[in-house]
Each structure stands twice: as C-alpha cells, then as structure tokens.
Design a protein around this ligand. Structure first.
Ligand code: DGY
Length: 331
C-alpha cells in the first residue's frame, strides 16, 4: 500500500504553554518545523523554513506576502495567524493562490477592551506622571491642585470602529457614567446600539472629533483607516481630549501625533500600538509626560493568548486536512 504523504507544518514562534505542549506532542502524519525562540523569526530564516510547507502558523509579526508564498511552494494550503488583525497578510496574494487564511476572532475581545479602558483611565488620571513622581522623589505633601485628571462621569466618548472590541469598550465605559457615545465606522450598527443602550449615535467623523471628551480607536487597519488620525484630525479634537489607540499603530500618523502633543493640542494619550513595534527608546513619543505607551499587550492575558493559539492550531490543522477553517478571515 502506498504510504500517505506526510505534511509539513511551519510554526513561527513558541506558543503559550498548553498549545506548545500540543505542538511538542505532534500530530499524526505531520512534520513540524518551529522557530522556538521568543523573538520574531528573521525573514531569511522564515523564507528557508517555509519551503515545502503545507500549513503555516504565524503571528502578526510575520509579514505574509508573495515572497513567503513562493518560498513555501504551490502545495501550501493554509496560513493561520494567531491574531484577529491580518494587516500583515497580503490577502489578494493568498486568494489568487487559493490559500485559506485563518484568524482568531472573538476570543480577544474582552482582554483588549479591558486594556482600552485601562489606558483611558490611566491617561485621564495621569498615571504615568503620578507613578514617575513617586519614583523620582517628587511626591510632596497632598495638594488640592497637583496632578488633576479628568473623570468619565457625564462625558462623551467617541469610538472609532464599533465592532466586537469597540462594543465591549462601550459596555464597560457605560458603567463609569458616560453620558453619550458617538461612533464611526463602515456603517451604522443598530443591533449593537440596542445592545449597548442609552445615548449612542452614529455620526460623521468630524462631529466625533469635535465633540468627544475621550476617543478610542478600535477599528482594523486597512487602506481606508491608514493614517486616519493625522495632525488635522488631532487639531479638530478638544484640547482636553483623552486619545487611546489599542488597534494598530498605522491608523495614527505618528508625526502628526507628535506635533499635536508638542503644541499642547491633546489632553492625554494612551497607546498600546505604535509604528514601528517595538518603539525605539529614543522615539520622541516617549518624551511627553501625558503620553503613556504600552508594548502591544492588549490581548496579553494567559487565558486569551491560550485561546488564540488553540484557534490558530485548529485553523491550520483544518486547512491542512482540506477542510473549512473554523475561523476564516472572510467567514
Ligand atoms: C490581534 O490579534 O490582532 C491583536 O493585535 C493581538 O493583540
């Protein structure tokens, strides 16, 4: 009897413990080639490792384009990214070759919404300045006027992208007494409006920028949203605004943001995402006391990262078996 052809699965990083244990145990009929260091695989290594792959399990740090697909070869059936965002993947390149793309939707909604709220509160209450003051010995006696922030009660919050994460952010912020939500996106979402309840309105971007006390960026990065927040957009905001981005760094024109911060056009800023990542230590962005930057840890809980890697494994195995992916990008 002819031996069944073994397949090759390429995994570009060590996964969270439970999923890594499955990879270490292996899967019938599959040879696994894994980059086991806890840093992004260098491009040249990736191109070498990809050769002959039937499935690739990658991360958002791995650019997937024609060069990788060519290096892999025509047998490649599926790319499964351990992320909900897939702006690092050239989708037309995959589609033209009939290669499926798996993503990890749903499971990181709550963790990312938590991080968004964390940044809203941290930025609004000047957490970075307060914590730095303690460490630097600048904590004097209690003062009625020192380090005053702003609170959410009765405020207007603008959400750009009322998808799963945007809606979860709104649900959370409602509990802080927000008076009104404005949102922007590709279309009005009546079901989501009903679910959130209260005062929520789909408005033009200009109105959202002008009227919001807090702005949360929760949309995907694509050709339409790239550099959407530029100097002009920042100039239209209130000069007390709390601006938070937990989506993708590329949605913000960082030079425009730096100019706006220099000119005191913004109240405070919280970012979980930047361009590039990691942000160089000498980036001017880090010099503003009212700008708090986190290292892209929006989904960074053990529960969420494990759920993401489990979905990524299921997606890649399904694709390699020639089955429909449980979570395809276009589902
Ligand atoms: C994603 O999955 O796209 C997130 O950015 C990871 O935190």
């Amino acid at each position: 009897m002819a031996e069944l052809q073994r397949q090759r699965l390429v995994v570009t990083r060590t996964l969270p413990q439970a999923s890594q244990a499955r990879i270490d145990k292996g899967f019938d009929g599959i040879d696994i080639i894994q980059w086991k260091e806890d840093r992004a695989i260098p491009r040249s290594e990736f191109l070498k490792m990809a050769k002959g792959a039937d499935g690739i399990l990658c991360l958002l740090t791995d650019k997937i384009d024609a060069e990788v697909l060519d290096a892999a070869g025509s047998q490649l059936k599926v790319v499964s990214t351990m992320s909900v965002g897939y702006d690092h993947v050239n989708v037309p390149d995959l589609e033209s070759r009939n290669i499926a793309l798996g993503i990890t939707p749903g499971v990181l909604t709550e963790a990312t919404a938590d991080t968004t709220v964390l940044l809203v509160l941290a930025a609004a209450r000047r957490l970075r300045e307060g914590a730095d003051a303690v460490i630097q010995g600048k904590w004097g006696t209690w003062s009625p006027t020192w380090l005053l922030g702003s609170q959410l009660t009765d405020k207007t919050v603008g959400i750009v992208g009322l998808g799963r994460i945007g809606a979860a952010v709104a649900r959370r912020l409602k509990a802080f007494g927000v008076q009104r939500f404005l949102y922007q996106g590709t279309r009005r979402k009546e079901e989501t409006e009903k679910e959130i309840g209260g005062n929520i309105e789909f408005v033009q971007m200009e109105q959202l920028l002008r009227e919001s006390d807090v702005i949360c960026v929760c949309c995907a990065l694509n050709d339409k949203t790239k550099n959407m927040f530029d100097y002009k957009a920042f100039s239209q905001m209130k000069d007390t605004v709390v601006f938070v981005n937990t989506a993708r760094g590329g949605i913000v024109d960082q030079d425009g943001l730096i100019s706006a911060l220099k000119e005191g056009k913004l109240g405070s800023v919280g970012l979980d995402v930047t361009v590039p990542e990691p942000l160089p230590q000498d980036s001017e962005l880090l010099s503003f006391p009212n700008c708090l930057v986190l290292p892209h840890i929006g989904s960074g809980t053990l529960e969420t990262r494990t759920a993401m890697s489990e979905i990524a494994i299921e997606n890649v195995l399904s694709g390699m078996r020639g089955e429909r992916l449980p979570h395809a990008h276009n589902a």
